[in-house]
Design a protein around this ligand. Sequence first.
Ligand SMILES: [Mg+2]
Length: 280
Amino acid sequence: MTPSLLLCCDLDRTLIPNGPQPLSDQAMPCLRRLVSRPDVKLAFVTGRSRHLVERAIARWDLPMPDYVAGDVGSTIYDVGPQQTWTPWDTWDLAIGSDWRGRTHADLRAALAGIPDLALQGEDRQSRFKLSYTAPADIDTSSILRALSARLDSLDVAAEVIWSVDETIPVGLVDILPKSATKQGAVEFIRSHLDVPPARTVFAGDSGNDLPVLAGPLKAILVANATSEVRAQARHLAEVAGKSGDLYLAKGGYRGMNGNYAAGVIEGVVHFFPEAEDWIG
Ligand SMILES: [Mg+2]
């Protein structure tokens, strides 16, 4: 059975209400009813590792997803009805060739010593993801230039993603195979499930969600996103000619505030009015 809807959600400050804004009480029960339908598939698309996703599910009582694209899209798991979390080797093959046989350790050695970049802990690293922190207010262009130069000299096709964790605040730098993006992972899951693009929607809140928010699929920006991200998303979607496929949650649906899961629900009903009945 082809799913009626594939809902792909970022976690931190999109489904997980771990920002300063409040979460409406009804939001999570609504989401739970929506994704409990067998024809609705839920995928988490997140910077978190499997371990940190499992911790978040328990801590925030999130619905169990069908798929998890973790480590900013560099690993995909089929969670399965028994929660076996089977990694998709086909995804590793698809993205692994970008690094031309170079390993995490090779890249780490080549990138050592760049000023202001600090490697994150081992639980934030994975086979195809290097993660660093940097001061949030730094000149990002010089860091990105230094990284690009060293990656070019290794002849690897890598993507460097800059984002800011507004809660701390700290800058986050993720280095991934070029095709191991959130966008690529969403597309891989979508095509594996054979869900039409028009029945697929992504929800996010921050900088590393922007390529998907402004990409070819329907997308939702939750209301708790910063005004800067909102302006960037609107601009990028306009440039890409897909303004109609980007929904900026504003609150008001069923008296909810549009933050986190409330924004996701609001956007899903905007794009798929029939979901109103699914939520009950
Ligand atoms: Mg987020």
